[in-house]
Ligand binder design. Structure first.
Ligand code: PMV
Length: 315
């Protein structure tokens, strides 16, 4: 029997624009994870999945088109397993689904890691990331690749998609630790919906959206410089500017706006939505002295879950 896990993630800045080849910054959330446990079974049932958190149970034979069935089939092929094999894959996650915290990529990464462990194979993060990217594509059409990359490498990254792989992925330098609070609107929104909507509007008015994506890219560059120089004071206003652009791109929502306003009013130095938007989570940059107040303000404003995380300095 083999168990493996993978972290959730948040996007600090640059979501949506990253689909259009602008840079973005993503951070793993080491304490919030997805788990996969693989056990050998008998009786010729093949590969069976059991995901009580998702309220689902299925077999690869009955649902070969399921994205996780396809992922397991591709991974088994990659590991050279050609004979029929009986496996039970149990999946669980602390990460709320469809919330902007990368649950899809984390579940897929945990499955690939657990399969590799059970079959005694070694896979490096680049190979895991590539396998998971294929699976993400089935969930939402045109993923940038940032989710699978940050989850597979499990470290803060600077990511820029290229027209053709390999995409640019660099470890991010963080000189000074900082505190983030994550507020969940409780509204589940599938990533492909806002991503598809932005694409339709971009196709209708490319110049307008290209200019907004350029402005987001400029913020990502400034955030990278601030993090590398330990200038945490500069970070809050940059996150606020990114939120304003995300509103203009059309991916915020009344519930996200309410949590963002509450966090700022309670003393957060910056706040924005994180991930695809229209629901899911927002993040707030806080001084530890006001973290408790911001936490309570988010709950009072309707957050269904509030998490506090310290982003460590990188070596
Ligand atoms: O909501 P999430 O965690 O799937 O993040 C989506 C980030 C986007 O930039 C909106 C899409 C992408 O593929 O990068």
């Amino acid at each position: 029997m083999s168990t493996a896990s993978a972290p959730g993630k948040i996007i600090l800045c640059g979501e949506h624009a990253v689909v259009y080849q602008r840079p973005a910054i993503a951070l793993p959330l080491a304490g919030i994870r997805a788990y996969a446990t693989i056990s050998r079974s008998r009786g010729g049932a093949g590969v069976c999945f059991d995901a009580p958190d998702l309220g689902r149970r299925w077999s690869m034979v009955a649902r070969p088109d399921d994205p996780l069935s396809e992922l397991a089939a591709i991974a088994l092929q990659r590991f050279g397993v050609t004979e029929p094999i009986d496996l039970r894959i149990a999946i669980s996650a602390d990460i709320p689904i469809a919330s902007g915290m990368g649950s899809g990529a984390a579940i897929a990464t945990a499955i690939v890691r657990a399969l590799a462990a059970e079959l005694g194979r070694a896979l490096d993060p680049a190979e895991i990331s590539a396998l998971v990217y294929d699976s993400e594509r089935r969930f939402h059409g045109t993923p940038s690749g940032i989710d699978n990359t940050v989850v597979a490498y499990e470290r803060p990254i600077w990511f820029q998609r290229r027209a053709e792989p390999p995409h640019q992925t660099e470890p991010l330098t963080i000189a000074t630790p900082f505190n983030l609070i994550i507020g969940d609107t409780g509204i589940r929104s599938a990533t492909r919906l806002p991503v598809g909507d932005v694409r339709r509007r971009w196709q209708e008015d490319p110049r307008h959206y290209e200019a907004l994506f350029d402005a987001v890219a400029d913020i990502a560059l400034q955030v990278r410089t601030a993090l590398a120089g330990g200038a945490i004071d500069a970070l809050g206003p940059l996150l606020n500017n990114n939120q304003e652009l995300l509103e203009r791109i059309g991916v915020s929502s009344p519930e996200l706006n309410r949590l963002i306003a509450a966090a700022r009013a309670a003393g957060a130095s910056g706040a924005k939505l994180s991930g695809a938007g229209w629901g899911g989570v927002m993040i707030a940059l806080v001084d530890p002295a006001v973290a408790g107040e911001v936490h309570n303000a988010l709950l009072a404003a309707g957050a269904t879950r509030v998490l506090e995380t310290v982003v460590s300095a990188t070596a």
